[in-house]
Ligand binder design. Structure first.
Ligand code: PMP
Length: 405
């Protein structure tokens, strides 16, 4: 086989389908987010509208100070896996902080949210004897891969459908261990799962619950514990999983659960055991961010205000966006080539950076621009975004929604 020819042909077919990913080469600048320097062709400065640093905490003075101090005192890397010399005191402090955030006995850190899902779900499903995993149809790739890797039986329940979950659970031998995996805020549609109903059905059937709060932590609940905190449900969920790389602005992932469960995953998950621990400065920065957002409501309030303003302006301009109750605004295009073209045009002509979201991240025909406002987007930034979208919508004769009188 000619390997190079194979690779190139595969990439060409991705390009033909409009699904080839091009990364914008940008440089975030301390203190100036959402502006960033752009390298390569086109404008030198862009306004970022698609970051998952939802609250701008990646630029927060508290976070940067904590990272600088830890870097100066501990050096660069952790120096090993958690098991072999890599457990730094900053990891221990962060795990305590996360357990407290979710009202759980313990928490366990991983190098990313992806790894935490893959390793924790995979380990629980593989090691609970004869376990059945019930997985929401729209779960993130990291959960799907973890479940697949476990080789446990997997049943998919219809997205956000507790009745379907109930029917599936009713048909499973009551003595088998069962694990229900779902999300709070779904990343691409921004819809919020019926957490209470899923918990009730799971409790009825004696199933454990595993909630991915990656797009909820920091953003919802009085202390940023996520949607489950807002709804007073954290104590009824067996495992809460989150990331430190989105609203907390740094990097890393975690689970929060009982001491026994965390110890079990710590002791058996290869994705935890056999990899270098997060750099201490990263753990210190994440810890400062979690602490800050526990105490401060300001960022969350301003975030919600910005989200509402963008939605309202989109409505006035008749730009179609998917309604939901979260901070994620999917502006629907419905064609991969157009989606990429619009994204390129926004960047080249207006210095507005919104990455096109195409298959397989979203189903074919639902291609979109996923807009994520942050507390640091100004009214002028919003005006410029809406004017530019309006212009390209007219230029391409794209359908508009009815504008309320
Ligand atoms: N879960 C969900 C629902 C996600 O959207 C993502 C990342 N996009 C992850 C987990 C992985 O988190 P991380 O980026 O920290 O690896």
């Amino acid at each position: 086989m000619n390997y190079e020819t194979f690779f190139k042909a595969e990439l060409d077919s991705l390009r033909d389908a409009g699904n080839y990913r091009v990364f914008a080469d940008i440089e975030r600048k301390r203190g100036s987010f959402p502006k960033a320097t752009k390298h390569g062709d086109g404008p030198d400065e862009v306004t970022v509208w698609c970051s998952n640093d939802y609250l701008g905490m990646g630029q927060s003075a508290h976070v940067l100070k904590a990272m600088h101090e830890a870097l100066d005192s501990c050096g660069a890397g952790a120096g090993g896996t958690r098991n072999i010399s890599g457990t730094n005191h900053h990891h221990v402090l962060l795990e305590r902080e996360l357990a407290d955030l979710h009202g759980k006995e313990a928490a366990l850190l991983f190098t990313s949210g992806y790894v935490s899902n893959w390793a924790a779900l995979g380990t629980l499903a593989a090691r609970l004897p004869n376990c059945v995993v019930l997985s929401d149809a729209c779960n993130h790739a990291s959960m799907i891969e973890g479940i697949r890797h476990s080789r446990a039986e997997r049943q998919i329940f219809r997205h956000n459908d507790p009745e379907h979950l109930d029917r599936l659970l009713s048909a499973i031998d009551p003595d088998r261990p069962k694990l229900v995996a779902f999300e709070s805020v779904y990343s691409m549609d921004g819809d919020i799962g019926p957490i209470r109903e899923i918990i009730e059905v799971s409790e009825k059937h004696g199933a454990m619950t595993y909630l991915d709060e990656v797009h909820g932590v920091g953003l919802y609940g009085p202390r940023g514990g996520g949607v489950a905190e807002r709804e007073g449900l954290m104590d009824r969920i067996t495992v809460i999983e989150g990331t430190l790389g989105k609203a907390f602005g740094v990097m890393g992932g975690y689970i929060a659960a009982s001491s026994a469960l965390c110890d079990f995953v710590r002791s058996f998950a290869s994705g935890f055991i056999f990899t270098t621990a997060l750099p201490p400065a990263v753990a210190a920065g994440a810890c400062a961010s979690v602490k800050h957002l526990k105490a401060s409501e300001m960022e969350r309030a301003r975030h919600q205000d910005r989200v509402a303003r963008v939605r309202q302006r989109l409505d006035l301009a008749g730009i179609p966006h998917m309604p939901n109750d979260s901070h994620i605004i999917p502006v629907m295009v419905g064609d991969p080539h157009k989606c990429k073209m619009i994204s390129d045009w926004l960047m080249e002509n207006h210095g507005i950076y919104v990455q096109p979201i195409n298959y397989p991240t979203v189903p074919l025909g639902t291609e979109r621009l996923r807009i994520t406002p942050s507390p640091v987007h100004s009214d002028e930034d919003i005006d410029r975004l809406i004017d530019a979208l309006s212009e390209i919508w007219s230029h391409c004769a794209l359908a508009r929604t009815a504008v309320a009188a």
